[in-house]
Design a binder for this molecule. Structure first.
Ligand SMILES: [Zn+2]
Ligand SMILES: [Zn+2]
Length: 248
């Protein structure tokens, strides 16, 4: 019905497309999809299979293994994917979550078990008031729907806005991060023994996902995997010295 009144247009060029919230074939071709070979631990694409060890990890993950079990990204965070994500975040294009969520599900299929629980990375309440919705929760809902598993939007809570950690020592930053994200007491039961798929829009330094993983593990999660719409290319080693928590 709505599609008749407002024919769907490409979210990137405005041209004709099949599905609302999607992109046209030409724009899709320009998006940097993450394809094999990639590191199963951090999701970063590699120039060749030879850069991965027997477990499928890249050299950076071998040196400093991320806390989570596996990570997947649908796209690299460059021009096209960035536009789609920023539109969803700030321009109220919530329909972009359908397209992004679908690509995330395709990229992250192997992360799911029958009893998986999809959980979004939380935003601080103050940001939520400004933006009205958590873009990670929109994506988590869409991913769970596609995967046919359950989701829970309020498992994790951000107890403080941690955007300014610059003056802190490495150890202080680590402690601050640990306190910044918690599992809500009334949801802890849901996490115990569960395979959790943690969803966010962008994976940058990995600091937020690390803090979420620690909180979920502490609540008894059987495994924690990270699934994002886009990953920052040439990612620095996952290192709490670069806690880019909310870049925008
Ligand atoms: Zn287009
Ligand atoms: Zn890696």
């Amino acid at each position: 019905m709505l599609d008749v009144l407002f024919p769907p247009s490409c979210q990137l060029c405005g041209g004709e497309t099949e599905e609302s919230g999607g992109v046209c074939p030409a724009c899709f071709g320009r998006l940097a999809s993450v394809t094999q070979p990639f590191c199963v631990k951090c999701g970063a694409p590699q120039a060749a299979e030879a850069y991965l060890n027997a477990k499928g990890w890249c050299a950076a993950c071998e040196r400093h293994p991320p806390a989570w079990d596996y990570a997947r990204a649908a796209f690299l965070y460059d021009k096209g994917a960035k536009d789609l994500i920023l539109q969803m975040k700030y321009a109220d294009r919530q329909e972009n979550a359908r397209f992004l969520g679908n690509r995330m599900w395709r990229a992250g299929r192997t992360l799911f078990a029958a009893d998986s629980l999809v959980v979004p990375v939380p935003v601080h309440r103050r940001r939520l008031l400004k933006r009205r919705y958590n873009q990670a929760a929109l994506l988590a809902w869409e991913v769970a729907r596609q995967a046919g598993v359950s989701w829970q939007p309020d498992v994790l809570a951000r107890t403080r806005a941690t955007s300014r950690l610059a003056g802190f020592s490495r150890k202080e930053r680590h402690e601050e991060m640990k306190r910044a994200i918690v599992v809500r007491a009334q949801r802890a039961e849901l996490i115990s023994g569960r395979a959790v798929v943690l969803v966010d829009d962008v994976l940058t330094s990995g600091a937020t996902a690390t803090a979420c993983t620690h909180a979920l593990r502490q609540a008894g999660a059987r495994s924690v995997s990270v699934l994002v719409a886009a990953e920052v290319p040439l990612q620095k080693e996952v290192d709490l010295a670069f806690p880019i928590l909310e870049t925008t």
